[in-house]
Design a protein around this ligand. Structure first.
Ligand code: FES
Ligand code: FES
Length: 155
């Protein structure tokens, strides 16, 4: 067991965890933040993407112990003061989801992508989303939503 301290969605959290606990499982099982989805558990689908110190990370690939002292943001913490993040607003506006399983991870990846590329090209979007799989949408509206998110971010 290890004692860990980290910040999740702006709140300081401490817990005793088994050394092998994955960040994804900690968020879902200990903190009940079930917006972080687990689709594959093998680092392929991106449904579990969260931000760790501002970077998009697949939380099924990281031990919670590796997040010691870090700032973690999940889909539940992305909206601020009741206002959707531009990525959330754009996915809604562009109908960039169907079943929604991939959506939290897509949105977390998009939020990080438009921070690094405020006016992303198609190539940057495709490259940026290559670690996130969607089995429903065919990706066209997701790419549109990323572009729209960048526009909304600039307003
Ligand atoms: S559950 Fe983490 S990448 Fe699929
Ligand atoms: S909307 Fe169903 S997996 Fe992407």
């Amino acid at each position: 067991m290890a004692k860990i301290n980290l910040t999740v969605n702006g709140e300081k959290r401490s817990a005793d965890v088994e050394d092998r606990t994955l960040l994804a499982n900690f968020l879902r099982d200990e903190l009940n933040l079930t917006g972080t989805h687990v689709g594959c558990d093998t680092s392929q689908c991106g449904a579990c993407t969260v931000h760790v110190d501002g970077r998009a990370v697949k939380s099924c690939t990281m031990l919670v112990a590796q997040a010691e002292g870090c700032e973690v943001v999940t889909i539940e913490g992305l909206a601020k003061n009741g206002k959707l993040h531009p990525a959330q607003a754009a996915f809604t506006e562009c109908h960039a989801l169907q079943c929604g399983f991939c959506t939290p991870g897509m949105i977390m990846t998009t939020a990080a992508l438009i921070k690094n590329h405020p006016a992303p090209t198609d190539e940057q979007i495709v490259h940026g989303l290559e670690g996130n799989l969607c089995r429903c949408t065919g990706y066209l509206n997701i790419v549109k939503a990323v572009k729209r998110a960048a526009e909304l971010q600039g307003k």
